[in-house]
Write a protein that binds this ligand. Sequence first.
Ligand code: TYD
Length: 236
Amino acid sequence: MPTERKSAQRAQEPIRTSHPLTGKFIVFDGVDGCGKSTQLDEFEKYLSAAGVAYRRFREPGGTIIGEHIRNILLTQRGEGMHIRTEMLLYMASRAQLVYQEIRPALAAGMAVLTDRYTSSTLAYQGAAGGVPISDILATATAATENLWPDLTIILDVTIAEARQRTSKKGRFQQIGLFEDRIEQRAAQFHERVREGFLAQCTQFPDTYRRVGATGRKEVVSQRIMTVLKTYFNIKK
Ligand code: TYD
């Protein structure tokens, strides 16, 4: 067993190379506050119990270069960065992650989970930011050399609910600075992001699934597991 695989393997031995999720690339995405991270934690528990070797990454980031880019993106937000610069930086972080981590992991037969991917760029910089979808798809093709997920799960919640969930973390407040007009603009932006994710589910029905993410964590993770089991034809 290659060392990298051994260290990434968080499951009980033996590794099940025959599992339908072996070598599959799965993305969890959705608006800020949709619960992706919590649901990825739950899915990791399933993979561990099933003995599937996997790696999990977040975007932007996941590599040293990517974390530098993440820093630029998340600290310079709204400070004069052109939307196309933003789009290209997200893609640059992605290119590094794909070549340094994702492709090698998939080649070694691991399942790869990511928290966001090109679907986020299509929603944030595309649907909400105004960059044409065709430009983003062409850039993604170049950045990843055509690496698309086997499945993208869009966790869908209303912006009102997402806002409630993130209020603890203060993210919407940070964007809105407690000022009504600005907060209103932030809410409209997030509505367009949500519409952008839903539009992708319609545009790419073969590789996208929308999962309603309203309700208790256990209920949502049950819904996700049902979708995954059907999609990948997992028996149990
Ligand atoms: P992060 O703190 O990681 O948020 P989350 O936990 O919701 O993923 O910040 C990532 C932010 O970057 C998030 O607001 C979405 C945004 N983003 C884009 O705008 N475009 C992209 O391509 C990606 C990957 C993320």
